[in-house]
Design a protein around this ligand. Structure first.
Ligand SMILES: [Cu+2]
Length: 613
């Protein structure tokens, strides 16, 4: 086998290079197994496509280079993203997955309805795929639309093991289009994810770069030399990066990719003026929510999580980790349009282009200001505020509140709050908010329930499906919300739920513990669903972060605030201070995973097993 040529890392990796990546970054050609680089296999600019009913996939380590520093990725068929799998609704597919890595691996088919042993979650569906072993997945394809696959083993997803799935429907789509592109977003780090996780456990805001201490600088200098450490610090200071509490892992370590291509590489989808182009957005990142827009183009959303929705015309959408949205755009003129996907914390962006010719570019928008979390995001009303001791200042300045650093809130330390007595919020819990969605049952917990560091939780939660979220409110653009999404055809199961399970999304930032109801996976019992029953799941987000909650094996049918059917999803993003309910039909026997799709949250314990029996 020919050895790949690895570049020497540059002595001083510039910040620009780091954010934008290498022009020709990605999987390196010439491993001997694949003769073309990932995105050159088909034209124009789509991944290697595998279609039919029989698939041979190799889990294999492969060299990549996104930033100038060569790294090994864990891949499917040597590519990041992995090959596009095209299935047909109604077919029985067979996927022979051979593990050519020295460690155990797995592939999970995200959002796909299938028998539990085919689901690809080590410890629940099977034992994983040992080195040298081949696992044969076989199941009937009972749905259509845009989905994806990824490893469910430790951090292999972070290091490249993911790819898109398109399932052709039996009946033609209820909308027309001339071209069809996958737009898969992801986040790449040159760091070992085990180190990223270690950093987060030691200091949950490690990647936030709010105010690095002198000690941090010395440690960084010892590792990298003073010149680099100082210049990195200066660059961050100049960029005024301070992502607050929006993302645990940021552009401080991530380079954001579109279809496995860096912003500098500028993945380009071609069109002819006047054509309708279907873009299948998939958020295949490990930790990053993206806010996506294409300046100059309206987007018509036609599907969410693979399921058709009544078309809605928007300028921008926020896509949680693991969600998918299909949109139709109608570009005109002999020109280019930028597909701009900024990370929710504004610490970087993924970038791609729609153009009439390769090499054309449109302007790149500036990153929006870093969103400031508000009291509403904390699930605290102004009524609750009245119980607070604001340090003797009468007539609170709300402008000042917006400038407050809420970063420490999950594992709040007194020092973070600058003299505010947050216990007041506990002493005077506000009445339930019935402005939207009727009475909201608020479950109160003993302060110690989630650990000593987590004494402040959402006191007032509400079902605000029409809230675009922090950083997108009143930005002058029409932003998609869950309230806009109505699945075509309504609920699959018309029955009302006969049972309700309420789960709180909880965290302790001091120790980087994430959980349901304050209980890590390792300490928890499986949730028991009775086969055949119709359930209501109630999720209450007590933390300061968005959590994309994914149930394997069964649909999550999200309800409107008045408990009517809203939208069918496989991954439900719950914003801070929000309460979301959805119905589940327990129609798939076996053991299933139920977890936050932020990879490091899942590994930290925000995971439950479901047993349907
Ligand atoms: Cu989470």
């Amino acid at each position: 086998m020919k050895k790949p040529i690895l570049k020497t890392p540059p002595a001083n990796l510039s910040r620009r290079r780091f954010v934008e990546g290498l022009v020709a970054g990605g999987a390196l050609a010439g491993t001997g197994l694949w003769t073309t680089s990932a995105w050159a296999a088909t034209s124009p600019g789509q991944p290697a496509v595998l279609s039919g009913t029989d698939f041979a996939l190799d889990l294999i380590e492969a060299p990549v280079n996104f930033t100038g520093t060569p790294r090994m990725a864990t891949t499917v068929n040597g590519q990041v993203s992995g090959p596009l799998l095209r299935w047909r609704e109604g077919d029985r597919v067979t996927l022979r997955v051979k593990n050519r890595m020295p460690v155990s691996g797995s592939i999970h088919w995200h959002g796909i309805l299938l028998p539990s042993p085919m689901d690809g979650v080590p410890g629940l569906s099977y034992n994983g795929i040992a080195p040298g072993e081949t696992y044969v997945y076989q199941f009937d394809v009972r749905q259509a639309g845009t989905y994806w696959y990824h490893s469910h083993t430790r951090f292999q997803e972070q290091t490249g093991m993911y790819g898109p799935i398109i399932i052709e429907p039996r009946e033609p789509a209820p909308f027309a289009y001339d071209r069809d592109y996958v737009v898969m977003l992801s986040d790449w780090t040159d760091e070992n994810p085990e180190e990223v996780f270690e950093h987060l456990k030691q200091m949950s805001d490690y990647y936030n770069y709010i105010r690095p201490t002198a000690g941090d600088l010395v440690r960084q200098a010892e590792k990298e030399g003073w010149a680099k450490a100082l210049s990195t610090r200066a660059t961050w200071d100049k960029m005024r990066m301070s992502p607050r509490d929006l993302s645990d892992v940021s552009g401080a370590t991530y380079t954001y990719l579109t279809n496995g291509v860096t912003p500098a590489g500028n993945w380009t989808g071609l069109f002819k003026p006047g054509e309708k182009v279907r873009l299948r957005f998939i958020n295949g990142s490990s930790m990053t929510y993206f806010d996506v827009r294409i300046p100059g183009l309206k987007m018509t959303v036609v599907a969410a999580d693979g399921q058709y929705v009544h078309p809605v015309s928007i300028d921008e959408f926020r896509i949680g980790v693991a969600e998918t949205y299909d949109v139709i755009v109608e570009p005109t003129g002999d020109r280019a349009y930028t597909i701009f996907s900024q990370a929710i914390d504004r610490s970087g962006y993924a970038l791609a282009t729609l153009a009439t010719r390769q090499g054309m570019r449109d302007a790149v928008p500036k990153l929006d200001p870093v969103p400031m979390l508000t009291m509403a995001d904390m699930g605290m009303s102004m009524a609750g505020m009245s119980g607070m001791d604001m340090g003797g200042k009468g007539g609170m300045d709300m402008g000042g509140m917006h400038g407050m650093n809420m970063a420490g809130i999950n594992g709040m330390k007194a020092s973070d709050m600058k003299g505010m007595d947050m216990s007041g919020a506990q002493k005077n819990p506000p009445p339930p908010n019935d402005a939207q969605g009727g009475d909201v049952p608020v479950k109160h917990h003993a302060p110690a329930e989630y650990g000593a560091g987590n004494t402040v939780r959402a006191q007032e939660v509400s079902t605000r499906l029409d809230d675009p979220g922090a950083g997108l409110r009143d930005n002058g653009r029409r932003v998609l919300t869950y309230a806009d999404l109505h699945t075509v055809g309504g609920a699959l199961d018309p029955r009302d739920p006969t049972r309700e399970i309420e789960l709180h999304l909880t965290g302790n930032m001091d120790r980087y513990m994430w959980s349901f109801n304050g209980q890590k996976f390792s300490d928890s019992e499986p949730l028991l669903f009775h086969y055949g029953e119709r359930l209501r799941i109630v999720l209450v987000n007590d933390t300061m972060m968005n959590h994309p909650i994914h149930m394997h094996g069964m649909w999550s049918e999200v309800e409107s605030p008045d408990a009517a059917f809203q939208v069918r999803k496989h991954t439900v993003s719950v914003a801070p201070g929000h309460r979301i309910t959805y119905r589940v039909s327990a129609n798939a026997r076996g053991k299933w995973a139920y977890h936050c799709h932020l990879l490091y949250h899942m590994e930290a314990g925000m995971f439950r097993a479901i047993v349907v029996a």
